[in-house]
Design a protein around this ligand. Structure first.
Ligand code: F6R
Length: 607
């Protein structure tokens, strides 16, 4: 989720790049940089930190710039420091690259480059691209980029410059966004429209697997075979704010819709063709993982719901006992930890003080600590013995959505990895689950199509103030998350409960006017959940059921929301999406600001 800007034209280049990057800061903000083609050399200025830090450095630059590219980074490979910040250059400094996405086969490509004498300065996947372009100096730049696109796997949006062709920027796109802004005698290349909206409303859409030459007065688009393609022109009708939100009304809705891509990024390079989980990045010795005799998962809020799912997954797949704790409670119950304990701390921000302190406590007791975080080099990442990043990209809406579904996927990957290392699932079973994991982005895409149906449904509930979300087994954390989303953004009372527990007390609250949302996707308990829902219906609750396509749920529900058929536990990822949409539509129908709910902060750094 980085931001790219490129400019060729008569304006002072930095006057385009700096505001353009500032408008893209919502895409990533751990480091930033620009590369300026001044004809006889390419000047690179970059730093860790935000755009304001970069601007301080740029203040010292003097010279006439012909063209330039810039970047705001959201780290995926390598810590957010000035060396890893983009742009990256080849060995000679003549070719320069900015990149958004993940080069999945980067370590293989890097190895080849090292063997042929290249020296690497950064820990990024992007530097691989810079060296590859450098090696192709004899080819026209567009051909070199096309060749790199054919060799590099994964999601790539690139903007590339060469010293010897100062009036040219070459862009390329696969899986990550890139658009051209068309001006009069000038052109812009960017990850997103806000970067150039103050200069032009004319744009050219770049489809996946395209390479584009951008010069001041022309653009040339081609596919990866080199065939020229007629560009598709469009006029931008959005204002600035709408453009930042990608045309969505809110960041939360945008982030809900980003989930298919975010999940694909979480999986990228972590599952092999042969159906194995590849988590080399964990750098935790297999012998150590085999010696573990107990697992603890600690987290807060939404991340705690991912921890709940993780307990089911790790216990089911590895037969290791797993305890889960709300992080703020963990230290105070005197947990029994030692060097054979594995503690997994989940925190999207990696800065939540409750989780951090719990993680520090676990380490101090001699436990092994894995951090699961969305923010590269966060405090949790630095504290942990090993880190698994969720790669959801920055989340601006206060309510967690894409960071939750990517946490679920990351924990599923980790659970399968532990099973693989410890030999508790046979390779065939892992292969089948890995295949099903790769189906998730498409399945979430399908669920997103029912947003209008959910909006119409929730439109009938303007007077409802009592909700229950019920589920059992893997559906229980989904129910908990559905209730939390509704509470925090729609300000209504919503309880998440284990469906089977209702009869032990809370069922007394069910009466006409109470909406009861049941989640019934886990095959072990579906029929039991349906019976529990019958009990709610008998008390006059309004029943909504989340069920899988193909399931016969009888007449228990007033409304059934169908999600694609999926494997147990993996299905949590698809089942929670309708609940995010449900909370969203209830809240927006009440005119509430879902991006900034009252009393909440995105990152909670107080105990
Ligand atoms: C809810 C939400 C919070 C966070 C919680 C932990 O939508 O976002 O409940 O999940 O504050 O935050 P992290 O994951 O950053 O530790």
């Amino acid at each position: 989720m980085c931001g790219i800007v490129g400019y060729v034209g008569p304006r002072p280049v930095l006057d385009v790049l700096v505001p353009g990057l500032t408008h893209l800061e919502y895409r990533g903000y751990d480091s930033a940089g620009v590369a300026l083609n001044v004809g006889d050399r390419i000047e690179v200025i970059k730093t860790a930190g935000r755009m304001s830090d970069l601007e301080d450095l740029i203040g010292y630059f003097e010279g006439d710039v012909i063209s330039g590219v810039g970047h705001t980074r959201w780290a995926t490979h390598g810590a957010p420091n000035s060396v890893n910040a983009h742009p990256h250059t080849d060995a000679s400094g003549d070719a320069v690259v900015v990149h958004n996405g993940i080069v999945e086969n980067w370590s293989e490509l890097k190895q080849k480059l090292i063997e042929s004498g290249h020296e690497f300065r950064s820990q990024t996947d992007t530097e691989v691209v810079a060296h590859m372009i450098g090696d192709l100096a004899d080819l026209p730049l567009v051909e070199a980029v096309r060749q790199v696109m054919n060799e590099a796997e994964g999601a790539l949006a690139l903007a590339v410059m060469r010293r010897s062709e100062p009036e040219l920027i070459v862009g390329a796109r696969r899986g990550s966004p890139l658009v051209v802004g068309r001006g009069d005698g000038e052109n812009f290349l960017a990850s997103d429209i806000p970067a150039f909206l103050e200069h032009t409303r004319e744009m050219v859409v770049i489809d996946d697997n395209r390479v584009i030459e951008v010069r001041p007065t022309s653009i040339r688009l081609m596919d990866l075979e080199g065939n020229e393609i007629e560009p598709e022109h469009r006029k931008v009708e959005w204002d600035f704010e709408a453009a930042e939100k990608g045309g969505y009304d809110t960041f939360m809705l945008k982030e809900i819709y980003e989930q298919p891509k975010a999940i694909a990024d979480t999986l990228a390079g972590r599952v092999s063709q042969s159906g194995r989980v590849v988590l080399n990045e964990l750098e935790m010795d297999d012998r150590l993982l085999r010696a573990i005799d107990k697992v603890f998962v600690i987290a807060c809020g939404t991340s705690y719901h991912a921890a709940m799912m993780a307990k089911y997954a790790i216990e089911r797949w590895t037969r290791l006992p797993v305890e889960i704790d709300i992080a703020s409670e963990f230290r105070y119950r005197d947990p029994v930890l030692d060097s054979r304990s594995l503690v997994i701390a989940i925190s999207q921000s990696g800065e939540t003080i409750d989780t951090l302190e719990a993680a520090r406590y676990a380490k101090a007791q001699g436990a092994n600590l894995i951090g699961v975080s969305n923010v590269v080099d966060s405090a949790l990442a630095r504290e942990a013995d090993a880190v698994l990043y969720t790669r959801a990209g920055p989340e601006i809406g206060v309510a967690a959505t894409k960071t939750f579904t990517t946490q679920l996927v990351a924990m599923q990957l980790l659970g399968l990895y532990l099973a693989q290392v410890r030999g508790t699932l046979d390779p065939g079973a892992i292969e089948v689950m890995v295949r099903d994991l790769t189906l998730l982005p498409g399945q979430v895409e399908e669920v997103l199509e029912i947003s209008d149906e959910i909006r119409r449904l929730t439109g009938q509930w303007s007077d409802v103030n009592d909700y229950f979300f019920l589920g059992r087994s893997g559906d229980f954390p989904v129910a908990m998350e559905g209730a939390l989303k509704l509470k925090e953004i729609a300000y209504v009372r919503a309880e998440g409960y284990a469906a089977g527990e209702m009869k032990h007390g809370p069922i007394a609250l069910i009466e006409k006017g109470v909406v009861v949302v049941g989640v019934a996707t886990d095959s072990h308990v579906k029929t039991k959940t349906l019976s529990n829902m019958q009990e709610m219906k008998a008390r006059d609750g309004t029943i909504v059921l989340i069920a899988e396509n193909g399931d016969d749920v009888g007449d228990v529900a007033d409304h059934v929301i169908k999600v694609p058929e999926g494997r147990d536990l993996l299905c949590t990822v698809t089942a929670v999406v309708p609940l995010q949409l449900l909370a969203y539509h209830v809240a927006t129908a009440k005119g509430l600001d879902v991006d900034k709910p009252r009393n909440l902060a995105k990152t909670v750094t107080v105990e």
